[in-house]
Ligand binder design. Structure first.
Ligand code: ZN
Length: 321
């Protein structure tokens, strides 16, 4: 079974050969690598260090795009963040962005420029959500704050860690796409199940996510830090495997979590996600039709009727507001 690790951290000390070897050892076909921002020499509040990290990541993935997808890191508190993101994509060849709200809230005006670049380039956006385990305050990272991305329908968001401890909140944010009957492949929100809740919660939380959202909203991520051994990656993989066994998931659900959800998020061939195509100028993106009617495209009567139908399907009494 093919596996995408959709959440793997770079430190700046890894090299391409070592990363590919670890993936091979762990039986992981493709990895989404995040530019360094937590390791010595890199910090979210230091824009120059993030630029260096993005350049490092670009060198790391170059020539290995069939296995490695690089996500730039920018910090919207910096005035040049949007410009840096555009350069990371169009100049360096990275394919998405990781955002870590710390010292800023995702709904703040100053983040808009970054979202606009991400929307116009149809980028996969990975948001940290939930508490931090290093002791920083998680108060900026509640999943509901990421609803602000709904104002930028071209973005394709993954909320990391299922937002723990706000897992119901993360579920509710992703549920909106389900209520509007947006196909999973084109949904604006999905959740990565990396790390997430502490062990005693995991089975219950994953079961609830599967029951309400379905496997098409969930993707695997190890949340390991490179350089690491294949054994470490394998251990994270085995945690998820054990949960899948406990929950008796069928082959299709497993395939979706290991590969399908992230493949669509990244726009890999064979999915209905956003496409990058090579051109002499760099990366050109094929426009994707809007996933659901945009404001003004559907009249109030049509919207009311559609929501009455979906509310009934979800077992809710139709209600206004
Ligand atoms: Zn992480």
């Amino acid at each position: 079974m093919k596996i995408i690790d959709a959440h793997l951290h770079c430190s700046g000390r890894e090299d391409s050969a070592g990363v590919l070897r670890a993936l091979d050892e762990a039986g992981i076909e493709r990895a989404v690598l995040l530019a360094p921002f937590l390791s010595p020499g890199h910090a979210l509040g230091d824009a120059a260090s993030l630029r260096r990290g993005n350049a490092h990541l670009a060198r790391l993935v170059r020539g290995h795009e069939d296995r490695l997808t690089g996500l730039a890191v920018v910090d919207p508190r910096d005035d040049h963040a949007a410009q840096d993101l555009r350069h990371a994509i169009e100049g360096l060849g990275l394919r998405g962005v990781k955002l870590v709200p710390t010292g800023w809230y995702p709904f703040e005006e100053r983040a808009r420029g970054v979202y606009e670049v991400a929307a116009s380039l149809r980028l996969p956006v990975l948001f940290h959500s939930g508490i931090f385990i290093d002791g920083r305050s998680g108060r900026f990272c509640r999943p509901v704050y990421c609803e602000a991305l709904r104002d930028h329908p071209g973005t394709r968001v993954a909320l990391a860690h299922m937002g723990w401890p706000w897992t119901d909140e993360a579920l509710a944010v992703a549920l909106i796409d389900r209520i509007h009957e947006v196909p999973h492949e084109r949904a604006q929100f999905r959740l990565d199940i990396s790390f997430g809740p502490p062990k005693p919660y995991r089975r219950e939380v994953l079961a609830r996510m599967l029951e309400v959202l379905g496997p098409g909203s969930l993707q695997f991520g190890s949340d390991c830090f490179l350089p690491c051994s294949g054994e470490q990656l394998r251990e994270r993989r085995d945690w998820v495997q054990a949960l899948m066994d406990e929950l008796a998931l069928d082959a299709a659900a497993r395939e979706q979590i290991w590969w399908g959800t992230a493949a669509a998020w990244l726009g890999l061939e064979g999915t209905d996600g956003p496409r990058f195509a090579s051109s002499p100028q760099g990366q050109v993106l094929r426009p994707l039709p809007a996933a659901r009617p945009q404001p003004g495209e559907e009249d109030a009567q049509g919207l009311g009727q559609r929501l009455r139908q979906t509310s009934a399907a979800w077992g809710w009494a139709p209600r206004c507001c």
